[in-house]
Design a protein around this ligand. Structure first.
Ligand code: FES
Length: 103
């Protein structure tokens, strides 16, 4: 595993979600209530890019754009069907004003 720089920390505001490609893998980066989260970027139900989904900053969740399963950003657990499998989550750190994810 290694720390991968995603972007500058000040380029991600509260309520923002972005997709990040690394080694043919899509990672979702989201900021809610001043905390940054990283999860797998593809839904565990079918193929949907969660960076096209909807962030609920208050609930700290992302909603899949295809069938609307809602995933918790901190642990990746789906709150409603059809998705049943949690998203993998990643450790995030801020260093030298950059956002880094441990992949
Ligand atoms: S593809 Fe995400 S809920 Fe179906």
């Amino acid at each position: 595993m290694e720390w991968i720089k995603v972007c500058e920390a000040d380029s991600l505001g509260n309520g923002d979600i972005i997709g990040f490609d690394y080694n043919n893998k899509k990672i979702l980066i989201a900021k809610a209530q001043d905390k940054i989260y990283a999860t797998d970027g593809i839904c565990t139900h079918e193929y949907a890019d969660l960076s096209n989904g909807f962030l609920n900053e208050e609930q700290k969740t992302v909603t899949c754009p295809l069938h609307l399963s809602v995933f918790k950003l901190d642990n990746g657990i789906p709150e409603n069907p059809p998705a049943e499998i949690p998203l993998k989550t990643y450790t995030v750190k801020i260093q030298n004003k950059g956002i880094y994810v441990l992949i």
